[in-house]
Design a binder for this molecule. Structure first.
Ligand code: PMP
Length: 361
């Protein structure tokens, strides 16, 4: 009953929940290490936790459909107006809103090879054509992306850093790219992992909104803020673009607990700093381990790293048998790689030990 463009969609494959895997494997949940979904190993920020506990009585009511409190907190933090913000049920929702607002059958969107899987998904769901620009050394190749833009292109998606490669574009290159893209094309700059970057490597993307009316910056509370299960993210753009996205947004797309928790988490500097510290240390621990095992990896700016293990599907299954869950990325055109999320020191150590055993090193 569905049209061809819907039947052609390859479904997104989320990792299985730990409880389900434990049952399947006959293991205790406590013995399983899950480093598969780029989640925050520190859990929920204490301020967000307290805000959730305080909000339970509100669950009988609809959430604030305009998200006034959270938008106000975001506006203060980023120096933008309330009319420049779009809230999403996760930042995936923001990506989809952009697609729904701009893409129709007969139009196209450009994204890079090895880029985040949701870009083709939301593009195809709108019946638009997805154009994949070749990557260069696993990184977005901005010249190739520019060349891939056609007269019918309405969106270019850029993940910076990108998942699953962890690669980062520098500010000058991105700024030069934005100057060359036609104002008729929306550039969606997906910064889901931006909080993990050192200060010096962050692009002034929010500043650029003043210069580029066709820029949408998307952010999430799922990673450094530790709220993946609540589903909350946001987009920043000039008011015209924000308005378009808000038109296609469901009235109550962000739930009341998420609104409260995100507003509280935004202020939790201590938690953010600790998330970054744990991530930096874990990245050093894992990559040092890879070097010891003689494994190549793609230097990453996110809270995960892609490591080259050969037949990744087989290695993935063998790690699973040892209670270590990671993510194969063959669906990203990287059949030799596993993506491993950064965990706590003992989780990283278990992952490395399991890798060593499985690879017979
Ligand atoms: N963008 C990128 C690059 C991601 O890796 C992810 C999470 N996998 C998202 C967006 C979406 O995250 P969320 O919907 O949880 O905000």
């Amino acid at each position: 009953i569905a049209p061809d463009h819907i039947r052609a969609i390859a479904p997104y494959q989320p990792g299985k929940p730990i409880a389900e895997l434990a049952r399947e494997m006959g293991l205790n949940e406590a013995d399983i290490v899950k480093l598969a979904s780029n989640e925050n190993p520190l859990g929920v920020s204490p301020k967000a936790r307290a805000a959730i506990a305080d909000s339970l009585d509100e669950l009988a009511l609809y959430p604030d459909g305009n998200g006034f409190e959270l938008k106000s907190a975001i506006a203060r933090k980023h120096g933008v107006g309330l009319d420049q913000i779009v809230l999403g049920n996760g930042s995936n929702d923001v990506l989809e809103l952009a697609a729904r607002a701009l893409l129709t059958p007969g139009s196209s969107a450009v994204y890079a090879q090895h880029a985040f899987a949701v870009y083709p998904l939301v593009t195809q769901a709108c019946g638009a054509a997805g154009i994949e620009a070749k990557a260069k050394a696993f990184s977005h190749d901005l010249s190739a992306m520019l060349a891939a833009i056609r007269p019918d292109t309405r969106i270019v998606f850029i993940a910076n850093p990108n998942n699953p490669t962890g690669t980062l574009l520098d500010a000058d290159a991105l700024h030069g790219f934005l100057k060359k893209v036609s104002p008729e094309v929306l550039v969606v700059l997906d910064e889901a992992y931006v909080e993990f970057l050192p200060e010096a490597r962050r692009t002034p993307s929010v500043e650029w909104l003043k210069e580029f009316p066709n820029l949408l910056v998307s952010r999430t509370f799922s990673k450094a803020y530790g709220l993946a299960g609540l589903r909350v993210g946001f987009g920043l753009a000039q008011p015209e673009v924000a308005d378009l996205l808000n038109r296609v947004r469901q009235p109550f797309n962000v739930n009341s607990l998420a609104l409260k928790a995100a507003a509280a988490a935004l202020d939790d500097q201590a938690f953010l700093a600790e998330s970054k510290r744990v991530n930096d240390a874990g990245m050093a621990q894992l990559t040092e381990g890879f070097r010891r095992l003689g494994l190549d990896y793609i230097p990453s700016w996110g809270n995960f790293v892609a490591v080259r293990v050969g037949a990744a599907g087989t290695v993935f299954q063998a790690l699973l048998q040892k209670g270590v869950i990671v993510r194969p990325v063959a669906n990203y055109g990287m059949p030799d790689y596993l993506r491993i999320s950064i965990g706590l020191p003992e989780q990283n150590a278990r992952c490395l030990a399991a890798l060593q055993a499985v690879l017979g090193k």
